[in-house]
Design a protein around this ligand. Sequence first.
Ligand code: PRX
Length: 632
Amino acid sequence: MSDQSTPTADHSTFYTPSAEVMSRARVQNWEALKAESDADPMGFWAARANELGWYQKWDTVLDDSNKPFFKWFVGGKTNIVHNAIDRHQSTHRKNKLAYIWEGEDGSQRFVSFAELNTEVSKFANVLKSLGVKKGDRVTIYMGRVVELPIAMLACAKLGAIHSVVYGGFSTEALKGRILDSQSTVLITCDGANVSGKRIELKAICDGAIDAESPIKTMVVYKRTGHDVPMVEGRDFWWHDLMKNASPKCETEVMDAEDPMFILYTSGSTGKPKALVHTHGGYSVYTYTTFRYVFDIQDEDRYWCAADPGWITGHSYIVYAPLMNGATSIIYEGGPSYPAPDRWWNIVAKYGVTILYTAPTAIRGLMRFGADWPAKHDLSSLRLLGSVGEPINPEAWRWFYENIGGSRCPIMDTWWQTETGGFMITPMPVVPLKPGSGTRPFFTLKAEIVDENGEAVAPETEGYLTILGPWPGMARTIYGDSARYAQTYWSRFPGRYFTGDSARMDKDGYYWIIGRVDDVLKVSGYRFGTAEIESALVSHPAVAEAAVIGLPHEVRGNAIYGYVLLRQGHNDSPELREELRAHVAKLVGPIAKPEKVTIVDRLPKTRSGKIMRRLLKAREQGLPEGDISTLEE
Ligand code: PRX
């Protein structure tokens, strides 16, 4: 049933965290707190919510009267910016660093919570002057600069809904997301520096705006400084608008359930869906999971090497670290630029204590060998983290031994854009098994079920479901609540369906196997096969297309496309190359297929559904399994 290769799971060996890590952990008795929170989830979440600031406390912790549209902290008034920035202004954290930023060119910036407050307030006033108000959507398409979190926070401060589109997506992907969200303002940079190359962000934005576009204004932050054309009356430089902006701006009082941001992610249809996250529940959930799992302390220097444009960045670069008053590192560029020890250099330079990254990055850096990290003093590290896809035991051990010095437990956090925050995850005191996210977070219950929704026995592969709601859950799909209910809550009524297959071992540890829907994880990035297929089919030579993912040493999965040509077009190496480039151009360079094969026909069921499973088996030379539904 799985779509992905399974790491050889070693279900028996435990790695026990070191006495030093354990002794200082915030949560000492995990079992006790887990049992207590499971017995009284509402009590647990109310207590966590009480650690944050509210303009007005809630009346009801959970309203489940209209399932699956759950509401949390109903009647509560807050704003995530109140907790992320405002409340630190009257404590010692005012002068603490919120962000340490390093450009790929080596330039640095040190931004305190006070300065962040000033910049966010000024930019919020800029947005106001452009007509942005509560509930409006703003699209953000930027490189990894501090202005990306500043733009996000400024939107949230006003109660506007940000829609961040990852800076690695191409014109069409950006255009579709702008249209769907009906954003009127687009915030971008002239360009971004990644791995010694310049990404033409502004040019991509120009291409995404046509006569039908709802965008009225584009704000451009100058990063690369190269010449970019500016459209009179539509495009404005960030620095020009900021010049006279007032540094004082009231934070908008929001209902706990008011939407805070939308974030597009891929599903099983061609159209990406925007998950909606809120001010109240999302704040409480991300604040709490971060605090417990990364055991964040005031003196930590925390580095999440993901991009702020993904959910990992939203939750664990921007909002949760700021709400916890943490100092974070943001690095602009590529991990092996100019040399494969760039990351290790950053860890040593800033004394990073917690490093959170993805298996694909670990595998990529592992290829260069352990001599590169060995050149640097990595002894400041205390905890490591992994997210985005199953981590194979080999990469786990390399990370553990060569980066963590066999001292730092790895928090393998399983979660999704939809869940808002960590769901199945260790904590510093939990014994680890390489490749397993261990057990569900406080108050959560996960269950692995068969086709009929019946729980399966331990060690049996099945569908991963979550029982019961949690505060960080996405509330709906923007503009399509029917699709939300259908995608996540209908397959197994009363449960949240994750789209993943998994197994639980006899110790109650969960092992994620991979997606069971038509979603692919490539370098941790999420794509729908239908998204890539529709990009292929938009090429004039293509009549029909099918896409599958096959195991790849570094990227986890690589994309393989199978294409049926229209009459008058013939197979050639040039055409195949053109089709690969076409996908990269439309969706983004990260979606470029590894290989495109021209075929005479595609294996389909009698009802016309492409049998991707069969394409996969054939490509890998594996048994074809049940082909009784195959059309003659
Ligand atoms: O398949 C799981 C995989 O990533 C999917 C969610 O993707 P996305 O919404 O892009 O969010 C990624 C960052 C939170 C999941 O359905 N996944 C995520 N984390 C892990 C994982 N698979 C195994 N282990 C993980 N730690």
